[in-house]
Each structure stands twice: as C-alpha cells, then as structure tokens.
Design a protein around this ligand. Sequence first.
Ligand code: ATP
Length: 294
Amino acid sequence: MPPDALALSGLTVRHGGVLAVDRLDLRIGRGETVALLGPNGAGKSSTVSAVLGLLRPHAGTVEVLGRAPGDAVRAGCVGAMLQHGGLPGEARVGEVLHLVRCSYADPWPLDDLVATTGIGGLLGRDVDALSGGQRQRVLLALALAGQPPLLLLDEPTSAMDVEGRRAFWTTMRDLADRGTTVVFATHHLHEADAVADRVVVMAAGRVVADGPSAAVRSAVAGRTVRFTAPGAATFDRVPGVTGATRLGGTVALATTDVEATLRALLADGVALADLEVRGASLEDAVLSLVGGAR
Ligand SMILES: Nc1ncnc2c1ncn2[C@@H]1O[C@H](COP(=O)(O)OP(=O)(O)OP(=O)(O)O)[C@@H](O)[C@H]1O
C-alpha cells in the first residue's frame, strides 16, 4: 500500500520557551482535502513548517509521502504557499515562473498553469508591484509549477477578494478531483466547510476535533431560533434558551431544545414572523471546541 500523504506522530514543536505543537498525531491519506482550523496561535503554521522541514521538531516524527520532509520537498513532491511566502524582488512574474518551472523535470505545462491560476495578465508585471491577492495567485502558480502530489497552503486566500477566493477554491477542488492531496490552514470557516472533505481543529498545539465538517458541526449541541418581534420583549427565560440576542426587530435565541422553546413562544402568543431554525455552523462548533480546550 502506498504511504500516506502525511504521517505525524507525537510531533512536538517549540519556539524557545513556547510550546507550539504538543504531541500531535495526524495521518492524512492521499487525495484528501483537509482544512486545519483553530484560533491564532493554535499551532497550524508550526505544523506546516515542520511538515516542510523548515524547522526541526523538538520530538516526534514527520513523514511526507513516506519520506523525511526535506527529501520529499527536494524531490518536488510538495508544493507550498506560506503565510509570509516571499518572491524575489526586481523580477517580472513571468521570469520567476520560468525559473521555478525550469527547476522541475516535469513542470506543469505553462499555458495550463497560467490559465489555472489566472495570472495571464500578470506575467509582465514586476513582482514588487503586485497587490496582496495577485501575489497570492502568483505564489499558487509557483507552488503548482512542479505538479506536486501534495499541496500545503497556509491561509492561502487571506488577501484575495471574493471573486479571487471563489476561483481559488474551484481550482483546489479540480486539483483534488485529479488526486492531489490538499492541506490548508484557514480562518475562513465557511470556505473550509465548503471545500474540505475533512477538518482538523487545533487548539494549544493539539487536535481537538477531526472528521468531516458535518460530523464536527453535529458534535455541538444546540440550534438557533431566529424570528422578527417588534418591541422590546425579552426571551432569555424561555425554556431551552441558553442565550438571547436582539438586533433591532430580529431576535436570535440559542437553544438546547428547539421544540420546548417554540412551544413556549407559541403559547405566549409570539407571532414568530420570519421564523428560521438552524443548526450549529462550523464557526459555532469551532468556537465551542476551542473554548472547551482552553
Ligand atoms: N518564530 C517564533 N518564535 C517564537 N514563538 C513563535 C514563533 N512562531 C510561532 N510562535 C508561537 O507558537 C505558537 C503557535 O504559533 P503558530 O503560528 O504555529 O499558530 P497558528 O495556529 O498558525 O496561528 P495563526 O492562525 O495566528 O497563524 C504561538 O504561541 C506563537 O506565538
């Protein structure tokens, strides 16, 4: 059987006195699309850096496609887009792309790479003159230049506009459909929800949840009941309600028992105009999981 894309065992990363990753065990199979989630400082970037061999773990092991991280990177098996990824200065985008493609034995065909990453209009531009979102698209093209089987992306869409993000994730889904393993750290939870087969939630250097997004969401009890109610009536004492907020005429009630809450509201004669009941979002789930890990 071919080795997993990633196999981390007991990975521990320290930055001086700071414990960034704490005995992390994680396996990611080939072809999976995995979102690494968690608050600032959870250890996501440190994990990515260890996988790329950019820092030496304090303890534990890292295998990338069955190899040591440095070997996998040197063999062109890993494409990466890092949070603070640099581009050489005083060069044009096309020149940098050419140089990087030349370093691979079997580079991604240029026209297709340029079209896939949407950088056709940028090839003649100075890299120093790119906007944040354009820079991220160029970094993606460089990460893909060697057609790597594994892509590691650290907050890849942080500077992109809505359209750029949508195009980016469409590209990622296409890559995943072609069998590329995609691992990305993000704070855009709705994107993780839409794109990833699996989400791994980290807090304080450890995994606090791991599974399909729907499973992680369902781990959090509770629903939100939302309706329009003019006036200043309060609803925090309604059965099941654990939290009530009002914004103008819109009332949102967090409840652990939707039926009891709705029955009580109807019995009180509340009209429940524009009624909406929804389950926990991935954001609710992550907040709850991370809160519990603190
Ligand atoms: N070079 C460094 N020197 C000292 N401490 C560091 C360094 N890099 C990271 N840390 C610390 O390690 C911990 C984990 O940081 P890391 O960047 O891995 O988290 P993260 O989950 O990627 O956060 P973010 O979402 O903010 O990017 C944090 O407490 C951070 O302050």
